[in-house]
Structure formats: structure tokens, C-alpha cells
Design a protein around this ligand. Structure first.
Ligand code: 1CP
Length: 347
């Protein structure tokens, strides 16, 4: 049967007259219905581990906007939680974790194969979504890439420059690499279980890849992605993978080829015209409207949305933002973006 889901067609390398569209953090605080369900769950982590409510918030933006893809509602920090780190969220500030900076901390972590009991509610969310999503909507599972997750585990919180992780990498390389290895294995286990539960695509978020330079980027961003993708594709032949080495800059060139990713997601620090010439030549790209337009709206939103669609119109493209939508965004601007993408003259 010919594939009918537009997202899967783009990921298979097809250039579509109208690109599929979805949005990072599309289930989130800018939506009043999300805030209501989160209040019902009590707090953010309880929402992540409640399959019915997590499925509900995943579906909310699909009902509202008819996006071509739904992304599982969960968080990249559920892996450290499942490995036995303490995790909590401080309202208005973000995540806090117990830190891993010594051999003793590392020895207390669970093995990669021991995460599934803890993460069973997430797999149940995927099963509910696979059942309830409209036939034309693709289901994306995800995990954080090992480097990005390690930056939170080492620092115990979000850091502007990933300083503590860079310090451990320099001062105790063996421990740092052991942590990345554990995370690589756990990520393979976690994503593989999401696929078994019904995820049709997986995305690897390396949000802090941009702070790895030169050989460090190849060793700690590119190599783990390559290994995760190879193992997932061995276990699930034909599984499409989106990689997001955020702020990789010049390192976006050749990243898909080097890692085996079917698509690279672009942040908005790269010009779409440049990326069309240097990245899209290897296959599908995703991106890359600045999320600030979801706050400001108006003619600039329309003009920049058209510019992104135009720039990538020569090849396979998935329309998205360059990073997650922010809580201060206006839901009506999201509608304007989707309408603009879908009402452009057919190419
Ligand atoms: O208060 C709230 O309700 C929580 C806000 C929130 C949300 C909606 C957090 C806390 N996580 C999420 C969900 C989430 N996180 C999804 C769900 C699906 C969707 O996109 O709709 C996804 C894919 C993520 C991924 C995620 N979490 C990333 C990678 C993508 C990115 O934004 O770069 C990262 C870095 C996180 C960590 C995280 N989770 C939440 C916060 C506040 C943070 C820290 C972010 C930072 O360090 O700046």
C-alpha cells in the first residue's frame, strides 16, 4: 500500500507539493488546554508518567491544528530518572537532578537494561496514541542524545554553557565516557521499546551539541548518534530517524550521511537558503522558522514562513520551528503559520 502519511513520505525522501508540518513543544504551556491537564495531573512529572493524561496532551495540538505529526509527551530527563538519579522540576526555574561527578555516583546508576519497569507508563502512552491518532498523523517517539542528557546529569540542572560537563570531560575522561556509554545503551533500549509500542519515527534531541567543538563534536555528538541509529535500524528495519544536533553550524554538513539519519532538524541560526544547498542535498531536512514569530505574529511571520517553505521547496522538507515554541506564544499565531504553509501556491 502506498504510504499516505505525509511525514513518512518526506522522511523517505519524497519532495511534496506542500510540506508536512508539526512543531517542537507543540504540547506545551502556550495552550490553555495543556495548562488545565497539567493542573489536573498535579505536576509536570506526574503528567509524563500518567498515560491517559500524557496521551491527552499529545492529542490536544493535533485536534486544534491538524499537524501532520504528533510527538509523544514525555521528557529527555526521564532516562536519568529511570537510571536512578533523583529528578524534580522547580516551577519557573526548570529541572533539578542529583549529580553524577564521581565513580561512586556512577556506580549507583542502574544498568541500561533495567530502565523498562520505570518507563512502562511512557510505553503505555505510545500504545494509546497509536490507537487514537487520526490515520494521517504520524507518531514520533524521542529521546535526548547522550551528550545533552549527560550535561543535565553532571550539572544537576540546565547550564548556559554546559561548563560542568566540559569540566568532567577534561578532568575525568574515563568517567565521562562511561556515562555517555551508559546513556547510549539506555537510549537504544528506550527508543526501541517506544518503536515496539507503536512509534513510527524517532527523534534524537542533541540540544547542546553546539557547545562541542571539532573532534569533541565527532566523538560525543556524531559517534553516539551513529551508533544509536545503526542499532535501532538493525532492530527495526526501515525505521526513520530524525537527528537534531542543535547549533551544529558547519557540522550540519554531512551529518545525515555520517550518522545514517534520514533527516536532520535545523535550528534557526542557519539560513534556510544555505541549508538547502549544503544539507538538503543529502536528503530530508526539518525546520527552521524562528520560534519568536509565534510570539510576534503578523506580516513578518507570514513572510518568514513563506521564505522557509520556498527555500526548501526543491527537495524533501518537514516544516517546523528552529527550537521549541515558548510559553508566551499566541495560539492564533500557530494557526496563522499552519495556514500559511498549507495555502502557498502549489509548487
Ligand atoms: O512546566 C511544564 O509544563 C514543563 C515544560 C516542559 C514541557 C512541555 C518540559 C520541562 N518538558 C516538556 C515536554 C517535552 N520536552 C517534550 C514533549 C513533546 C513536545 O515537543 O510537545 C519534548 C520533546 C521535550 C524535550 C526536551 N526536554 C529537551 C530537548 C528539546 C529542547 O527543547 O531543546 C530538553 C533540553 C528538555 C529538558 C527540559 N524539560 C523541561 C525543561 C524546562 C527542560 C530544560 C530546558 C533547558 O535546559 O533550557
Amino acid at each position: 500500500m502506498a504510504e499516505t502519511k505525509k511525514l513518512l513520505r518526506a522522511l523517505a525522501g519524497e519532495r511534496l507539493p506542500v510540506p508536512p508540518v508539526w512543531m517542537m513543544r507543540q504540547a506545551g504551556r502556550y495552550l490553555p488546554e495543556y495548562r488545565a491537564t497539567r493542573a489536573q495531573a498535579g505536576d509536570f512529572l506526574s503528567l509524563c508518567y500518567n498515560p491517559e493524561l500524557a496521551a491527552e496532551v499529545t492529542l490536544q495540538p493535533i485536534r486544534r491544528y491538524g499537524f501532520d505529526a504528533a510527538i509523544l509527551f514525555a521528557d529527555i530527563l526521564l532516562i536519568p530518572d529511570a537510571l536512578g538519579a533523583d529528578l524534580w522540576f522547580v516551577t519557573g526555574e526548570g529541572p533539578r537532578l542529583s549529580t553524577v561527578t564521581s565513580e561512586r555516583d556512577f556506580a549507583a546508576l542502574k544498568g541500561a537494561g533495567d530502565i523498562h519497569d520505570h518507563l512502562a507508563p511512557v510505553y503505555e502512552t505510545v500504545r494509546i496514541l497509536a490507537r487514537e491518532l487520526p490515520a494521517e498523523t504520524a507518531l514520533i517517539g524521542f529521546a535526548g542524545a547522550p551528550w545533552t542528557v549527560a550535561t543535565y546529569m553532571i550539572a544537576g540542572r540546565s547550564t548556559p554553557d554546559q561548563g560542568p560537563a566540559h569540566a568532567l570531560k577534561a578532568e575525568n575522561t574515563a568517567l565521562f565516557e562511561a556515562l555517555l556509554e551508559r546513556l547510549t545503551e539506555a537510549t537504544i533500549e528506550y527508543l526501541s521499546a517506544q518503536v515496539a509500542a507503536g512509534a513510527e519515527v524517532v527523534k534524537l534531541f542533541d540540544s547542546w551539541a553546539g557547545s562541542l567543538k571539532g573532534a569533541d563534536f565527532d566523538r560525543y555528538a556524531l559517534a553516539p548518534a551513529k551508533r544509536i541509529i545503526a542499532e535501532l535500524k538493525a532492530r527495526h528495519p526501515g525505521l526513520p530517524v530524525i537527528a537534531f544536533p542543535r547549533e551544529a553550524g558547519q557540522k550540519y554538513v554531512g551529518f545525515a550521511r555520517a550518522t545514517g539519519a534520514d533527516c536532520v532538524a535545523l535550528d534557526n541560526s542557519v539560513r534556510p537558503e544555505w541549508a538547502a544547498a549544503h544539507v538538503q542535498c543529502d536528503g530530508c531536512v526539518q525546520g527552521n522558522l524562528a520560534s519568536s514569530h509565534m510570539v510576534t505574529g503578523g506580516r513578518a511571520l507570514i513572510a518568514e514562513t513563506r521564505r522557509v517553505v520556498e527555500a526548501f521547496s526543491g527537495g524533501p522538507h518537514i516544516f517546523n520551528l528552529g527550537h521549541g515554541i515558548t510559553p508566551d506564544a499566541d495560539p492564533e499565531n500557530v494557526r496563522l503559520m499552519v495556514e500559511t504553509v498549507r495555502s502557498m501556491p502549489v509548487r
